[in-house]
Design a protein around this ligand. Structure first.
Ligand code: ADP
Ligand code: MG
Length: 269
């Protein structure tokens, strides 16, 4: 039997005293790409944060098993060292730190047994840049400072390639990208992917799934998986929206499906 890269069983998680995830089950086998789709406020980023072990996101029931190991009690950097990568929804600026130095620090921190010196790392990085078709100027700039949306995501995919994770979690990697940048980022993700890894793509639009074909799609609403299917499910969602799952998600009629205010911003955060 093939051991799953990731096994999430009956996961319940609380944030700020509120139960946000209410029984999530997902199994990712090597080589599979899973997508989690759902409206804003459904718990997608909470799931990513729980997988990464971010403080404040408390697993209260169920378990998360990565390559046979229960992740409970492991700090985020220990999870990173085991090969889990989370691309953040809103990557931060790091003034004064160049992309190349940032990537080398991240690489060496996640692989303490295979640290690379400056010259060696340059060579390693160049290989990844060639693979992804990333130009040389990006890596000498300060992390995310003055980056366009596309440049941020390109740097993120480069970071993923450098860290060489067994499980990559991409939270809204498609947000704010024009179609060319989206296509490029998707192509980069596919170049890093292979038969021994798992990828979890979190998105509330289906358009990135035109370029990255998922093995499975899970619809998350109200902290529960309310529907699952193959890649064709994305088209159903695109055509019919999330309203059809209101009953399964336990969200009463009249209550908004998302916690977005009328101006489109998150109501609480
Ligand atoms: P999504 O990523 O699907 O938009 P989130 O996981 O960000 O959803 O949010 C799910 C719910 O959890 C929302 O009601 C949100 O307000 C709440 N939540 C998430 N993170 C926090 C936090 N750090 N503090 C308080 N509430 C949070
Ligand atoms: Mg989110």
């Amino acid at each position: 039997m093939t051991e799953p890269i990731l096994l999430i069983e009956d996961l319940h998680a609380m944030v700020e005293g509120k139960e946000i995830l209410r029984g999530v089950n997902i199994k990712i086998l090597p080589g599979e790409i899973h997508a989690i789709m759902g409206p804003n406020g459904s718990g997608k980023s909470t799931l990513a944060n729980v997988l990464m072990g971010k403080p404040g996101y408390d697993l209260v029931q169920g378990r998360v098993v990565y390559k046979g190991e229960d992740l409970a009690g492991l700090a985020p950097e220990e999870r990173a060292r085991r090969g889990i990568f989370l691309a953040f929804q809103n990557p931060t600026e790091i003034p004064g730190v160049s992309v190349v130095n940032f990537l080398r620090t991240a690489h060496n921190a996640s692989k303490p047994d295979h640290t690379l010196g400056a010259m060696e790392f340059r060579r390693y990085l160049q290989g990844k840049m060639d693979l992804l078709g990333v130009g040389g100027d990006l890596i000498n700039r300060y992390v995310n400072q003055g980056f366009s949306g596309g440049e941020r995501k390109r740097a993120e995919v480069l970071q993923m390639a450098v860290l060489d994770p067994d499980l990559a979690v991409l939270d809204e990697t498609d947000t704010g990208l024009d179609i060319d940048a989206l296509r490029e980022v998707a192509a980069g993700v596919m170049k890093v992917h292979n038969e021994s890894r798992g990828i979890l793509i979190i998105t509330h639009y289906q358009r990135i799934l035109n370029y990255i074909e998922p093995t499975f799609i899970h619809v998350l609403m109200g902290g529960r998986i309310v529907q699952e299917g193959g890649k064709e499910l994305a088209l159903v969602l695109e055509a019919k929206g999330y309203e059809q799952f209101r009953a399964e998600a336990g969200i009463p009629e009249g209550q908004p499906l998302t916690d977005e205010g009328p101006d489109g911003r998150q109501a609480k955060k």
